[in-house]
Design a protein around this ligand. Sequence first.
Ligand code: COA
Length: 337
Amino acid sequence: MQVILVDPTDDTMFASWYRVYAAGVTHDRVDVPLYSMDEFRLMLSEDPKTRPWGREVAAAVRDDEVVGGSFIDWPERDNLNHGEFLLAVPAPLRGQGIGAALYDHAIARLAERGRTTLATSVDQPIDGPEQPAVGFLTRRGFSRVNIEMRRALDLPLPEGRLDELHEKAARASSEYRSLTWVGHCPDEYAEQYTRLKSLLSSQAPLGESGYQQEVWDLDRLRGEEKLLDQQGRTPITTVAIAPDGSLAGHTQLMIPKDDDGRVFQWDTLILPEHRGHRLGLLLKVINLRRLIEEDPSRTRVQTWNAVQNGPMNSVNNELGFRSVEESQEWERHLVTT
Ligand SMILES: CC(C)(COP(=O)(O)OP(=O)(O)OC[C@H]1O[C@@H](n2cnc3c(N)ncnc32)[C@H](O)[C@@H]1OP(=O)(O)O)[C@@H](O)C(=O)NCCC(=O)NCCS
C-alpha cells in the first residue's frame, strides 16, 4: 500500500478520493455535514500566496484501488505551530493498517512544515458505540482537549416562536440596532468586522486546546468571501450596532448551494463589554428570519458549540436546537529535538 497526494485537477483520482473519504467519514453517523466534491476542490485550489490555510488531500492506494483518504490542513497566517488532519477509512476496510499508513503520512507532512501541535476531531454520535478513532488516537499519544456538541434546529419553527423570542430579546437590548447583509460585508463595516472575526477564535471556549487567536485583515475577509462565492455558499450576517456606532457583535448563517436542505450556523460573538443584553438571542432570531425569507425551502440549521459554553447553549436551547453528536477535539504535541 502506498499513500500519495491527490491532485484536485485529476478528475478520476479526485473523485475516487472523495467517494472513499465520504464513505469513511459518514459511516455510523446521523445527517453528516460534508463539503461537496466541488467545494473541496475549490478549497484546495486557493492561491498559496494569499490563502489563510494550506490544504492537501492524500489517498491510500492498494492494488490500484483507493482504500482510504485524508484531509490535511495548516494555518498560514497565525498558529504556525498548529496542523490538522482527518483520516477516513470505509468501515469494511478498517483494521487492516490503512488508517495507520494515512496517519504516518499526515504527521510527516505536517512535521515537515514545522507543525508541532497536531489536531484532529472525532465525531461521536450520542448513545452510539465508541468510535474506533478514540482508541486509535489514544494509542498514538493524543488526548481529548475539548468537546463540542453538534446540534440541529428543525425548520420551520413553531408558529409565533420567533416573534415571541424577538420581543423578549428586543426588550433587553433597546439601545442597540441591528443590520443584516446577505453576501459580502459592506465596506463601511469591513475593518471592524475583521476584528470580530479575529476575536471569535479566542473568545469561544476551546477547552485545553492551544489554538491561538487568528489574524484577520481585509484581505483575509475578502478572500473568504471570494471562496464562498465560488463554492456557491451564501452567508447571511447580522451585526449589533452599539449607541456609539461601533459593532458590538455578529452572527452568521451559511447557505450551501445544494446540501439537502441544510444551513450551517457559523460565527456568533458578542463583545464582552456588550454582553448581558440578550444580543446573542436577538441577532440569531433576526438572522433566522432573514434566512426564512431568503430560502424558505431549508429544513434545518446545524451548529457546533463547546459543551461548556453556557450562554451560547442557553440561547440555542431557547431556539429549540437538539443535540445530534459530539465533535471531540484531540491534540498531540510532537516532541522536537
Ligand atoms: C480511525 C480510522 C481512520 C482508523 O482506520 P483503520 O484503517 O481501521 O486503522 P488501522 O487498521 O490502521 O488501525 C486500527 C487497528 O487495526 C489493527 N490492525 C489490524 N490489522 C492490521 C494490519 N494489517 N496492519 C496494521 N494494523 C492492523 C491495528 O491493531 C490498529 O491498532 P493500533 O491503533 O493499535 O495501531 C477509521 O476508524 C475511520 O475512518 N474512522 C472514521 C473517521 C474518523 O473518526 N477519523 C478520526 C480522526 S483522524
